[in-house]
Design a protein around this ligand. Structure first.
Ligand code: ADP
Ligand code: ADP
Length: 232
């Protein structure tokens, strides 16, 4: 589903030069939950930002659903991006919009007709268990509820991949578990490929099929979670 081949990303020049990703190769299969774990500064955000093309690597190739995205521009880029949904540590909801209108937002942008949009928003809120908060504002929600809105919004455009950037790092352990269960549920229900980056080993153990360990811009270990944790 997502293939990275020898991806290198360098920030700055001279004394300020930082190699954020060094020859990173990864294969993420369709329908799996793939975890990327590493310490702060290891290169996790850079990796995700290269996948959704917020950053341009200096070298290497990235393929999404068989299509090389490295040199896409304009309409093709917008279409490729539509295959990707994203959720964030601090949720990134629009504070002046209700829950309903936050989830409707991506559908408004892509020009989905009001009736279809309304049905989609309601079924998504039902899916994430927030139908009773439909007219609430983000400030009236708990962290877990905000992340449920984030998940509904990310799923609105029927993506093939969901990128999760430290999505549970701001949540308490019980709320983290319930959000991970919801992610597992949408993974199974829709065959959605999920890529999550985290610094929390519990998150990897709880729901990931495969894990890559990143350290100082390099993948130092990669394999199935069951195998890696079974090692002596
Ligand atoms: P992580 O998400 O694992 O904390 P990052 O991808 O944010 O790691 O950072 C990897 C390295 O790249 C760090 O050394 C960081 O300081 C550096 N870095 C990240 N973004 C930038 C940027 N925009 N400009 C310069 N250096 C950056
Ligand atoms: P319904 O209540 O209409 O039966 P589902 O439970 O099947 O809805 O789906 C709930 C929401 O998830 C729908 O609004 C739909 O747009 C969205 N959805 C459906 N398929 C996918 C998919 N493959 N990936 C992400 N979201 C999806």
């Amino acid at each position: 589903m997502i293939e990275l081949e020898k991806v290198t990303k360098i920030y700055g020049q001279g004394e300020k030069r930082v190699v954020a990703l060094a020859d990173v190769s990864l294969q993420i299969k369709k329908g799996e939950i793939f975890g990327i774990i590493g310490l702060s500064g290891a290169g996790k955000s850079t990796l995700i930002r290269c996948i959704n093309k917020l950053e341009e690597p200096q070298s290497g190739t990235i393929r999404l659903a068989g299509q090389e995205i490295t040199n896409l521009k304009g309409k093709e880029l917008r279409e490729a991006r539509r295959k990707i949904g994203m959720i964030f540590q601090h949720f990134n909801l629009l504070s002046s919009r209700t829950v309903y209108r936050n989830v409707a937002f991506p559908l408004e942008i892509s020009g989905v007709k009001p009736k279809e949009r309304d049905e989609r928003v309601r079924s998504l809120l039902d899916l994430v268990g927030l139908s009773d908060k439909i007219n609430a504002y983000p400030s009236e929600l708990s962290g877990g509820q905000k992340q449920r809105v984030g998940i509904a919004r990310a799923l609105a455009s029927n993506p093939e991949v969901l990128l999760c950037d430290e999505a549970t790092s701001a949540l308490d352990p019980d709320t983290t578990k319930s959000i991970l269960r919801l992610l597992q549920d949408v993974n199974r229900r829709f065959g959605l490929t999920i890529v999550l980056i985290t610094h929390q080993m519990e998150v990897i153990k709880e729901i990931c099929d495969t894990v890559a360990v990143i350290d100082d811009g390099r993948i130092v270990e990669q394999g199935s979670v069951v195998e890696l944790f079974a090692r002596p």
